[in-house]
Ligand binder design. Structure first.
Ligand SMILES: Nc1ncnc2c1ncn2[C@@H]1O[C@H](COP(=O)(O)OP(=O)(O)OP(=O)(O)O)[C@@H](O)[C@H]1O
Length: 538
């Protein structure tokens, strides 16, 4: 409103309006400033945000790139791995098929090898038979607790192997041993068959059994266990025997020795051929201190020994122990009962090598005869008085518990002469013994001396036979004299060498293997048997 018209109030309101206008103007200017400032701030904020996003984006890109690179590397590694695995799988498949092929080739080669070996064995056996060679098998017994107990402290060094005798294969034995102050031993020996420590009684008998078949064809057969004391001869021939056990355990079990198995086989063979009506008589003797004792004639109720027997010269310079008790048996069980009774009477002694050392050579003979001709003359058996005149056996050994059976009708009985078809002899020799090791004294030392001398005589006989000397010293010992028919005659003879694997016994083992090697050189001409011509009564 114009001031002229308003007076004082007009001027007031005019001034007031101007004042307010100025204020409004100032506020508007502030607003403009603030808007400008805000715009600047917006701009700055936008710039700052833009920079952050850029940095974020850049770092994200960086991380992503790294991840991508790793992913690519990983993927290519996986691809390579898969490729390698595929190649390996293919190689594996081809190796597998190659291995299968080689396995089949090996099986074929092995069966060809076994076949050739079998053929070779048959041919070798034929050759052995033609030449009359002695068959020699070797059995290495396992290391047993008493070997360690008796091991001398000097050699108880754990770095020195305790076993020094090894079966390289089923025909070769290796003795390998280093001894202080002695040249090292590295000897191999070949035999018809070698059994390692893990081989069973069944395996041993598996090779004996074919020989027994020859009995049906009229061949005489002898199986003899040879070796040092405690090396497993009685185990092999008779089976395991517990000390103090009154009767050896003949009941069927996997550890049965050659004797019970052979008895079973003998009667099986006889039953297979009933038309021949073969009968079996058994005699059992021990050669103790160079005397022959008839174990079937012994009075079981006393500790006295059985009657002594002599080896007599019969016609054709054949040697035969006459006057032996021959007990007829009709089954393997009867045979074993007879053997069990006699075995209780065999001399034995505890030595520091072996708790049940046999002190005598045991010879069990089963004679197969055909039915006696009617009206044939009786065979001579010793009268009881003659047996008693021989007197008791020398002192020295502890006898196994008495209780052996007296066999009714065994002595002095008149038996009709029969025709001998074949003879089976099972010989469990006493063990050679190194006196220093076995620690025996007194009468036991005398026994040892007799045992060692008789085994030396056996070695001399085989040496003479191998060299075909004119004179064979059978008579140097009752053992060789008794076995003359078997050693130099027409029997099929199998010697089973029994050896300990221990380094402590290596000297005896070498002696035993040397004996076997010499025995193999003996050629006695073809064994007789299977002949339609009847044999002369023995
Ligand atoms: N192959 C084997 N497996 C297990 N034990 C065995 C074996 N050979 C022998 N033995 C054990 O070794 C010990 C001695 O064996 P064994 O009685 O047969 O000897 P030995 O040669 O007959 O001795 P000795 O000539 O002194 O009578 C026995 O306890 C026997 O059971």
């Amino acid at each position: 409103m114009p001031a002229a018209t308003g007076g004082r109030w007009g001027r007031f309101w005019e001034q007031r309006a101007q004042q307010l206008q100025r204020q409004v103007q100032a506020k508007e200017e502030w607003i403009v400033d603030l808007e400008t400032e805000n715009a600047v701030l917006h701009l700055r904020l936008a710039q700052a945000l833009k920079q952050d996003v850029k940095a974020l984006h850049a770092s994200f890109l960086e991380v992503f790139r790294n991840f991508w690179d790793h992913l690519q590397t990983g993927l290519s590694e996986v691809a390579e791995g898969v490729q390698r695995a595929q190649l390996q799988h293919q190689a594996l498949l081809s190796w597998r098929s190659e291995a299968g092929h080689l396995e089949r080739c090996l099986q074929e080669a092995d069966s060809r090898y076994q076949l050739e070996k079998q053929r070779r064995k048959v041919l070798h056996n034929r050759l052995v038979e033609l030449k009359g060679n002695i068959r020699v098998h070797c059995r290495i017994r396992p290391l047993l607790p008493f070997d360690e107990e008796s091991e001398d402290p000097a050699s108880q060094n754990s770095s020195v192997p305790a076993e020094v005798v090894h079966a390289v294969d089923d025909e070769t034995v290796l003795v390998k041993c280093d001894r202080a102050a002695h040249p090292p031993i590295n000897n191999t020996y070949s035999f018809e068959r070698v059994y390692g420590p893990a081989e069973s009684q069944q395996a041993v008998f598996g090779d004996v059994c074919p020989l027994l078949t020859s009995l049906s064809d009229g061949y005489n057969v002898c199986i003899m266990a040879y070796g040092q004391t405690g090396c497993g001869k009685s185990y092999t021939m008779l089976g395991p025997q517990s000390p103090g056990e009154p009767v050896p355990p003949w009941e069927p079990h996997s550890d049965l020795g050659v004797l019970p198995r052979a008895a079973g086989e003998l009667f099986r063979l006889i039953s297979e051929n009933p038309s021949r009506s073969l009968k079996v008589d058994v005699s059992i003797v021990e050669v103790y201190n160079n005397n022959i004792f008839d174990l079937l004639a012994k009075d079981g109720r006393t500790a006295a020994s059985g009657p002594k027997r002599e080896v007599l010269t019969a016609q054709e310079a054949k040697q035969e122990v006459c006057l032996l008790t021959r007990e007829p048996v009709h089954s393997a069980a009867e045979f074993m009962a007879l053997a069990a009774g006699s075995l209780q009477l065999r001399a034995e002694l505890a030595t520091s090598v072996h708790a049940n050392s046999s002190r005598s050579h045991l010879i069990i003979t089963a004679t197969l005869t055909t039915a006696p001709a009617r009206g044939s003359p009786g065979a001579h058996h010793p009268p009881a008085a003659e047996q008693q005149a021989n007197g008791p056996r020398p002192e020295g050994s502890r006898r196994r518990a008495s209780g052996g059976r007296a066999w009714p009708g065994a002595l002095g009985a008149q038996r009709p002469a029969e025709q001998v078809h074949a003879k089976l002899q099972l010989v469990d020799l006493a063990g050679s013994e190194c006196v220093g090791v076995s620690g025996v004294t007194g009468s036991a030392l005398r026994e040892t001396s007799f045992i060692n001398r008789s085994l030396a005589a056996l070695e001399d006989v085989l040496g003479a036979l191998a060299e075909r000397r004119g004179h064979v010293p059978y008579r140097n010992s009752k053992l060789t004299h008794f076995l003359q028919d078997v050693l130099g005659g027409d029997a099929k003879l199998l010697v089973i060498l029994c050896v300990s694997p221990c380094r402590k016994h290596v000297a005896e083992t070498l002696r035993c293997l040397g004996f076997g090697a010499r025995a193999r050189q003996v050629q006695r001409g073809q064994a007789r048997g299977g002949s339609p011509a009847p044999r002369k009564p023995r």
